[in-house]
Design a protein around this ligand. Structure first.
Ligand SMILES: [Zn+2]
Length: 271
Protein backbone atom coordinates (compact mmCIF):
# COMPACT_ATOMS: atom_id res chain seq x y z
CA UNK A 1 0.00 0.00 0.00
CA UNK A 2 1.22 3.47 -0.76
CA UNK A 3 3.84 2.01 -3.10
CA UNK A 4 4.71 4.43 -5.88
CA UNK A 5 4.43 2.96 -9.35
CA UNK A 6 7.60 3.78 -11.28
CA UNK A 7 6.91 5.40 -14.60
CA UNK A 8 9.08 6.85 -17.32
CA UNK A 9 9.73 10.51 -16.43
CA UNK A 10 8.24 13.05 -18.81
CA UNK A 11 9.61 16.47 -19.71
CA UNK A 12 7.52 19.08 -21.51
CA UNK A 13 8.82 22.29 -23.08
CA UNK A 14 6.06 24.92 -23.06
CA UNK A 15 7.21 27.65 -25.42
CA UNK A 16 5.74 30.56 -27.35
CA UNK A 17 6.74 29.93 -30.96
CA UNK A 18 7.96 27.11 -33.19
CA UNK A 19 11.80 26.97 -32.78
CA UNK A 20 11.95 28.48 -29.23
CA UNK A 21 12.32 25.02 -27.62
CA UNK A 22 15.12 24.13 -30.02
CA UNK A 23 17.03 27.37 -29.40
CA UNK A 24 16.59 27.55 -25.61
CA UNK A 25 16.40 23.97 -24.30
CA UNK A 26 17.03 21.63 -27.26
CA UNK A 27 20.38 20.30 -26.00
CA UNK A 28 18.88 19.47 -22.60
CA UNK A 29 15.92 17.69 -24.22
CA UNK A 30 18.30 15.45 -26.22
CA UNK A 31 20.15 14.55 -23.00
CA UNK A 32 16.88 13.57 -21.29
CA UNK A 33 15.74 11.54 -24.30
CA UNK A 34 19.05 9.67 -24.22
CA UNK A 35 18.32 8.80 -20.58
CA UNK A 36 14.99 7.29 -21.62
CA UNK A 37 12.71 10.20 -20.72
CA UNK A 38 9.60 10.94 -22.77
CA UNK A 39 9.69 14.45 -24.24
CA UNK A 40 7.01 16.80 -25.49
CA UNK A 41 6.89 20.29 -26.94
CA UNK A 42 3.95 22.69 -26.85
CA UNK A 43 4.05 25.96 -28.76
CA UNK A 44 1.50 28.67 -28.08
CA UNK A 45 1.37 29.71 -31.73
CA UNK A 46 2.03 28.16 -35.11
CA UNK A 47 4.29 31.07 -36.02
CA UNK A 48 1.73 32.94 -38.11
CA UNK A 49 3.74 36.19 -38.30
CA UNK A 50 7.00 34.55 -39.39
CA UNK A 51 7.10 35.70 -43.00
CA UNK A 52 7.38 38.91 -45.01
CA UNK A 53 5.93 37.41 -48.19
CA UNK A 54 3.42 34.65 -47.40
CA UNK A 55 -0.08 34.97 -45.95
CA UNK A 56 -0.73 34.18 -42.28
CA UNK A 57 -2.42 30.92 -43.23
CA UNK A 58 0.42 29.87 -45.54
CA UNK A 59 3.25 30.54 -43.10
CA UNK A 60 1.28 29.02 -40.19
CA UNK A 61 0.77 25.80 -42.15
CA UNK A 62 4.48 25.65 -43.08
CA UNK A 63 5.73 26.40 -39.58
CA UNK A 64 3.32 24.02 -37.87
CA UNK A 65 4.66 21.25 -40.14
CA UNK A 66 8.27 22.30 -39.40
CA UNK A 67 7.60 22.21 -35.65
CA UNK A 68 6.05 18.77 -36.02
CA UNK A 69 9.05 17.50 -38.00
CA UNK A 70 11.53 18.98 -35.51
CA UNK A 71 9.67 17.33 -32.60
CA UNK A 72 9.69 14.04 -34.51
CA UNK A 73 13.47 14.36 -35.00
CA UNK A 74 13.81 14.60 -31.21
CA UNK A 75 11.31 11.76 -30.78
CA UNK A 76 8.92 14.09 -28.99
CA UNK A 77 5.17 14.59 -28.86
CA UNK A 78 4.02 17.98 -30.23
CA UNK A 79 0.97 20.12 -29.50
CA UNK A 80 0.04 23.64 -30.63
CA UNK A 81 -2.33 25.84 -28.58
CA UNK A 82 -3.21 27.78 -31.79
CA UNK A 83 -2.85 31.24 -30.25
CA UNK A 84 -1.60 34.03 -32.50
CA UNK A 85 1.88 35.60 -32.70
CA UNK A 86 2.24 38.82 -30.67
CA UNK A 87 -1.16 38.14 -29.11
CA UNK A 88 -0.22 35.58 -26.44
CA UNK A 89 -1.81 36.69 -23.20
CA UNK A 90 -2.21 34.89 -19.90
CA UNK A 91 -5.99 34.99 -19.64
CA UNK A 92 -8.56 32.40 -18.57
CA UNK A 93 -9.47 31.14 -22.03
CA UNK A 94 -5.87 30.69 -23.12
CA UNK A 95 -4.99 29.01 -19.85
CA UNK A 96 -7.74 26.43 -20.36
CA UNK A 97 -6.24 25.58 -23.77
CA UNK A 98 -2.75 25.26 -22.31
CA UNK A 99 -3.86 23.14 -19.35
CA UNK A 100 -5.76 20.82 -21.69
CA UNK A 101 -2.67 20.29 -23.87
CA UNK A 102 -0.39 19.87 -20.85
CA UNK A 103 -2.76 17.33 -19.30
CA UNK A 104 -2.68 15.36 -22.55
CA UNK A 105 1.07 14.97 -22.05
CA UNK A 106 1.10 14.56 -18.21
CA UNK A 107 4.52 16.12 -17.53
CA UNK A 108 6.73 15.60 -14.48
CA UNK A 109 9.03 18.46 -15.47
CA UNK A 110 8.05 21.61 -17.37
CA UNK A 111 10.56 23.89 -19.11
CA UNK A 112 9.36 27.31 -20.17
CA UNK A 113 10.60 30.81 -21.04
CA UNK A 114 12.20 33.20 -18.62
CA UNK A 115 9.49 35.34 -16.93
CA UNK A 116 11.58 38.32 -18.08
CA UNK A 117 12.44 38.17 -21.76
CA UNK A 118 12.84 40.36 -24.83
CA UNK A 119 9.32 39.72 -26.06
CA UNK A 120 5.98 39.83 -24.25
CA UNK A 121 4.90 36.61 -26.03
CA UNK A 122 7.68 34.82 -24.13
CA UNK A 123 6.86 36.43 -20.79
CA UNK A 124 3.15 35.67 -21.10
CA UNK A 125 3.97 32.08 -22.06
CA UNK A 126 6.03 31.80 -18.87
CA UNK A 127 3.02 33.10 -16.90
CA UNK A 128 0.69 30.64 -18.65
CA UNK A 129 3.07 27.73 -18.05
CA UNK A 130 3.42 28.70 -14.39
CA UNK A 131 -0.31 29.03 -13.68
CA UNK A 132 -1.21 26.02 -15.87
CA UNK A 133 1.35 23.87 -14.03
CA UNK A 134 -0.37 24.80 -10.78
CA UNK A 135 -3.83 23.95 -12.19
CA UNK A 136 -2.82 20.66 -13.86
CA UNK A 137 -3.52 18.43 -10.89
CA UNK A 138 -6.62 20.24 -9.63
CA UNK A 139 -9.66 18.02 -10.30
CA UNK A 140 -12.06 20.97 -10.11
CA UNK A 141 -10.17 23.00 -12.71
CA UNK A 142 -12.13 22.30 -15.89
CA UNK A 143 -10.83 22.97 -19.39
CA UNK A 144 -14.36 22.89 -20.88
CA UNK A 145 -13.56 20.28 -23.52
CA UNK A 146 -16.03 17.59 -24.59
CA UNK A 147 -13.61 14.85 -23.58
CA UNK A 148 -11.09 16.56 -21.33
CA UNK A 149 -7.74 14.98 -20.47
CA UNK A 150 -7.37 13.77 -16.89
CA UNK A 151 -5.69 15.96 -14.27
CA UNK A 152 -2.10 15.01 -13.44
CA UNK A 153 -1.22 13.19 -10.23
CA UNK A 154 1.01 16.03 -9.05
CA UNK A 155 2.28 19.52 -9.84
CA UNK A 156 5.28 19.25 -12.19
CA UNK A 157 8.68 20.73 -11.34
CA UNK A 158 8.91 24.04 -13.21
CA UNK A 159 12.05 25.47 -14.79
CA UNK A 160 12.72 28.70 -16.65
CA UNK A 161 15.15 28.67 -19.57
CA UNK A 162 17.57 31.49 -20.13
CA UNK A 163 15.96 34.52 -21.74
CA UNK A 164 16.90 35.12 -25.36
CA UNK A 165 20.52 36.38 -25.28
CA UNK A 166 20.43 35.72 -21.50
CA UNK A 167 19.57 39.30 -20.58
CA UNK A 168 16.84 41.24 -18.78
CA UNK A 169 15.01 44.31 -20.04
CA UNK A 170 17.93 46.59 -19.12
CA UNK A 171 20.42 44.39 -20.94
CA UNK A 172 21.90 42.96 -17.74
CA UNK A 173 22.75 39.26 -17.50
CA UNK A 174 19.93 37.25 -15.88
CA UNK A 175 22.11 34.69 -14.16
CA UNK A 176 20.96 31.07 -14.30
CA UNK A 177 20.91 28.96 -11.12
CA UNK A 178 22.63 26.18 -13.03
CA UNK A 179 23.70 25.20 -16.52
CA UNK A 180 23.45 22.00 -18.53
CA UNK A 181 26.55 21.18 -20.57
CA UNK A 182 25.29 20.48 -24.10
CA UNK A 183 28.63 19.82 -25.82
CA UNK A 184 27.51 16.27 -26.65
CA UNK A 185 24.10 17.28 -27.98
CA UNK A 186 24.82 20.54 -29.82
CA UNK A 187 25.06 18.85 -33.24
CA UNK A 188 21.59 17.31 -32.82
CA UNK A 189 20.18 20.57 -31.41
CA UNK A 190 21.51 22.32 -34.51
CA UNK A 191 20.05 19.70 -36.83
CA UNK A 192 16.69 19.97 -35.09
CA UNK A 193 16.76 23.77 -35.45
CA UNK A 194 17.68 23.48 -39.13
CA UNK A 195 14.33 21.72 -39.70
CA UNK A 196 12.71 25.15 -39.25
CA UNK A 197 13.72 25.78 -42.85
CA UNK A 198 11.42 28.77 -43.45
CA UNK A 199 13.04 30.76 -40.63
CA UNK A 200 16.55 29.69 -41.58
CA UNK A 201 16.02 30.73 -45.21
CA UNK A 202 14.44 34.03 -44.19
CA UNK A 203 17.50 34.96 -42.10
CA UNK A 204 19.92 33.57 -44.67
CA UNK A 205 18.35 35.75 -47.38
CA UNK A 206 18.53 38.86 -45.17
CA UNK A 207 21.98 38.34 -43.66
CA UNK A 208 23.69 36.43 -46.42
CA UNK A 209 25.07 34.00 -43.84
CA UNK A 210 23.55 31.13 -41.92
CA UNK A 211 22.68 33.43 -39.04
CA UNK A 212 19.92 31.19 -37.68
CA UNK A 213 22.23 28.33 -36.72
CA UNK A 214 25.28 30.54 -36.10
CA UNK A 215 23.46 32.78 -33.62
CA UNK A 216 22.13 29.84 -31.59
CA UNK A 217 25.64 28.35 -31.51
CA UNK A 218 27.19 31.67 -30.38
CA UNK A 219 24.68 31.94 -27.51
CA UNK A 220 25.31 28.33 -26.40
CA UNK A 221 29.06 29.02 -26.50
CA UNK A 222 28.73 32.18 -24.41
CA UNK A 223 26.70 30.34 -21.71
CA UNK A 224 29.33 27.59 -21.91
CA UNK A 225 32.08 30.10 -21.13
CA UNK A 226 30.23 31.08 -17.94
CA UNK A 227 30.33 27.53 -16.56
CA UNK A 228 33.47 25.98 -18.01
CA UNK A 229 31.75 24.05 -20.82
CA UNK A 230 32.10 24.42 -24.57
CA UNK A 231 28.34 24.84 -25.02
CA UNK A 232 25.59 25.15 -22.40
CA UNK A 233 21.98 26.05 -21.67
CA UNK A 234 21.05 27.97 -18.51
CA UNK A 235 18.11 27.34 -16.16
CA UNK A 236 16.37 28.66 -13.07
CA UNK A 237 13.96 26.52 -11.05
CA UNK A 238 10.65 27.99 -9.87
CA UNK A 239 10.95 27.60 -6.10
CA UNK A 240 7.76 29.32 -5.01
CA UNK A 241 5.37 27.73 -2.56
CA UNK A 242 3.35 24.82 -3.96
CA UNK A 243 5.81 23.76 -6.68
CA UNK A 244 8.23 20.84 -6.27
CA UNK A 245 11.56 22.00 -4.81
CA UNK A 246 13.44 18.78 -5.46
CA UNK A 247 16.18 19.39 -8.04
CA UNK A 248 14.72 16.81 -10.43
CA UNK A 249 16.37 18.10 -13.58
CA UNK A 250 19.74 18.82 -11.96
CA UNK A 251 19.81 15.29 -10.51
CA UNK A 252 18.68 13.53 -13.67
CA UNK A 253 21.46 15.32 -15.58
CA UNK A 254 23.97 15.31 -12.73
CA UNK A 255 26.96 14.59 -14.94
CA UNK A 256 26.08 17.57 -17.20
CA UNK A 257 24.84 20.00 -14.55
CA UNK A 258 27.20 22.86 -13.74
CA UNK A 259 27.06 25.96 -11.62
CA UNK A 260 28.56 29.14 -12.94
CA UNK A 261 30.71 31.63 -11.10
CA UNK A 262 27.65 33.79 -10.35
CA UNK A 263 25.02 31.09 -9.91
CA UNK A 264 24.06 28.08 -7.85
CA UNK A 265 24.33 29.59 -4.37
CA UNK A 266 20.86 31.04 -4.04
CA UNK A 267 18.82 27.85 -3.54
CA UNK A 268 17.00 28.00 -0.23
CA UNK A 269 14.88 25.02 0.68
CA UNK A 270 13.17 24.48 4.00
CA UNK A 271 14.10 21.07 5.28
ZN1 LIG B 1 9.81 33.02 -29.58
Amino acid sequence: MGQKVERTPRVLAVMAHPDDAEILVGGTLFHLKALGWEAGIITMTSGDCGSATLTKQEIARIRRAEAQAAAAFLGAWYGCAELLDVEIFANAENQRRVVELMRQFQPDVVLTHSPVDYMVDHEETARLARSASFALSMPLYHTRQNTPAAPTAATPALYYADSVEGIDLAGERLWPQFYIDIGETLARKKEMLSLHASQREWLRTHHGVDEYLDQMTRWAASYGRECGATYAEGFRQHLGHGYPHAPVLQQALKSYSKSGSKSGSKRRIHQ
